[in-house]
Design a protein around this ligand. Structure first.
Ligand code: SF4
Length: 365
């Protein structure tokens, strides 16, 4: 039978918890290109709010490993918020291609332009003012205020929720327990080294209190952890049963010319893959609809693209056709190899391109 206990009953006070965690972080902090580690921070180096904001926007819905290369390319190309504000939309969308959730890239640009043009290039330091900027929600506002400005804001991502659910043995499913988990996290947030603390809890969740097989033996909070003492670690956090995602179907048309140009269209700014380059075709739905954008001898490479978005699975049939030079399409434009690269495409369109270009090579020979 579960024992009723809490951190105080076991003997760890909130400030002890934050001290233990910060000592652990001083030794075990993950290195990340956007992070000012604890030693440098103690030596007086402060993070660049632009870099913190950029990394946090990229990290929404995406793993640290996937973000690293994108972040480094962005920072090399647009080292300041002013550089990003002056960038061409299409260049930013192309650099973002493959990172997913493209509304983030559109909001990234909007936000950079507001900060540059209305705030003289300086990100605000308060949670409230950050929250007013495009694309910044409660999580990102708290993360930037804490990490960049050391304000004692409570930063709660999936890692932090898991740590709180286990440490305090919260038995409700995460969706119901959220306010309780946030309150636990808020109570533990210290006023001193708040930025390091915010990153430390996330690191603890990402490297020690992991979803599967957490390393409780290496955890600085083990002595007070209720899930550990009650043998509930493997059961927590509890998740809502997942709803089954529907499947949508579509047909993409990949037309190419002998000069290596491909027919692409830029998708409408709003909606899925908004503002990104893509292959023409009818809207995706319960059935695949044939709607070629141009007259061609279309071939079926007999390999479909399978891709999963947040709310649905997609099965995309492909049609590949060679068209003569000089034919003007009604939809989109032919882009030559100097005008577009494979990496400008979002992942689903890239998968289609790989199949079609290999089909074209084989059948043109
Ligand atoms: S003791 Fe284990 S379950 Fe508890 S917080 Fe640490 S890693 Fe997580």
């Amino acid at each position: 039978m579960p024992v009723k206990s809490n951190s105080r009953a076991i003997g760890l006070r909130d400030n002890q918890l934050s001290r233990l965690l910060l000592s652990w972080y001083d030794v075990h902090a993950r290195e990340m290109p956007w992070r000012v580690g604890p030693q440098l921070r103690l030596a007086g180096l402060t993070p660049d709010p632009y870099q913190v904001w950029l990394s946090e926007i990229m990290l929404q819905q995406t793993t640290v490993a996937s973000v690293r290369a994108y972040y480094l390319r962005f920072i090399a190309r647009w080292p300041t918020v002013g550089d990003l504000a002056d960038a061409e939309d299409r260049d930013v969308m192309a650099e973002w291609a493959g990172l997913g959730y493209y509304a983030r890239a559109r909001n990234l640009l909007k936000c950079a332009r507001v900060v540059q043009r209305e705030m003289a290039g300086v990100f605000p330091d308060s949670y409230r003012a950050l929250l007013d900027l495009p694309g910044i929600g409660p999580y990102t506002a708290a993360a930037v205020a804490a990490i960049a400005y050391d304000h004692p804001e409570t930063v709660v991502d999936g890692n932090v929720e898991r740590v709180m659910a286990r440490y305090f043995a919260v038995l409700d499913t995460i969706d119901i327990a959220k306010p309780v988990l946030v309150e636990h996290a808020r109570r533990l947030t210290p006023t001193h080294r708040a930025g390091d603390y915010a990153q430390a809890v996330m690191d603890l969740g990402a490297t020690v209190c992991t979803p599967k097989s957490p390393s409780c033996g290496a955890c600085p909070w083990r002595a007070g952890c209720r899930a550990y003492t009650q043998d509930l670690v493997a059961e927590l956090p509890r998740r809502k049963t997942k709803t089954v995602k529907p499947t949508r179907y579509g047909v993409a048309y990949l037309a190419y010319r002998s000069d290596g140009a491909w027919l692409l269209e830029r998708r409408a700014d709003k909606g899925l893959l908004g503002g990104m380059l893509g292959w023409p075709g009818a809207a995706w739905g319960d059935e695949a609809v044939e709607q070629p954008p141009i007259a061609a001898d279309w071939a079926d490479p007999e390999v479909e693209v399978k891709h999963t978005f947040t709310h649905f699975h997609l099965r995309l049939a492909l049609r590949v056709g060679k068209v003569s030079q000089g034919i003007e399409p009604e939809i989109g434009a032919f882009l030559t190899p100097n005008q577009f690269q494979r990496t400008d495409l979002p992942t689903v369109m890239r998968k289609a391109y790989d199949i079609a270009s290999s089909h074209a090579k084989t059948h043109d020979m």
